[in-house]
Write a protein that binds this ligand. Sequence first.
Ligand code: CIR
Length: 254
Amino acid sequence: MFTNAIVRVPGKSLVNGLSDSKELGLPDYDKAIIQHHSYIEALQSCGLEVNILESCEDYPDSTFVEDVALITSNCAIITRPGAESRRGEVEQIMAVLKSQFNNLETIEAPGTIEAGDVMMVGNHYYIGLSDRTNLEGAEQLIELLVKHGHTGSTVELKDVLHLKTGLSYIENNMLIICGEFKSDPIFSGFNHIEIPESESYAANCIWVNDNVLIPAGYPLSKEKISSTGYNVIEVDVSEFKKLDGGLSCLSLRY
Ligand code: CIR
């Protein structure tokens, strides 16, 4: 069960965030603020206490707070984003986590990790090797996880930005899965809820205390997930999609 979450309110500089989805247009700041607020309410409705950090204009992508830290039951690890424009975000999150966690670790150069590439399954952490997360970073992370009583292993990515762009673990040995991961033998031991390519954005969901938060607007995925017995909560995050950000990227949950 999770008890807490950390989010960061988007700044006006959000429009300058990194994006490979320019065809969707620029995010609308006012709409993004409203959607972010609804996202916070959804987390609160699942019983989480949400620490809402103020916006940080210097870093357009800083609302995607998931990428800059990994919080486990035994430690917190500050990452080192592969995207250079996001490196400075770590100092901001370090300042927040320092006062809360005694076991605070950091990923060092030349390692890079963005925690959108890290998927927790119980005590084990799958780490996607992507354009943002390199082998050196993954090896450092595995060493730190083992030091704190966890385990980790790597997954090669082909098409997606981050591991969790196409994959979400929703407990009970169940994966929400799309694209390149469907046939990956690494995940053959799990039960799968397969997301059709036409709704691939919905593969990034989050499990929060027996609820599954999914992006609004993906009816096939919603039906598939609800029919397996989860309470599904839809949240509209269309403005964050324009920057390749999904539901998971908008919070740290622990
Ligand atoms: C980026 O490209 O870094 C941001 N625009 C989106 C980050 C999305 N984060 C995630 O999937 N964990």
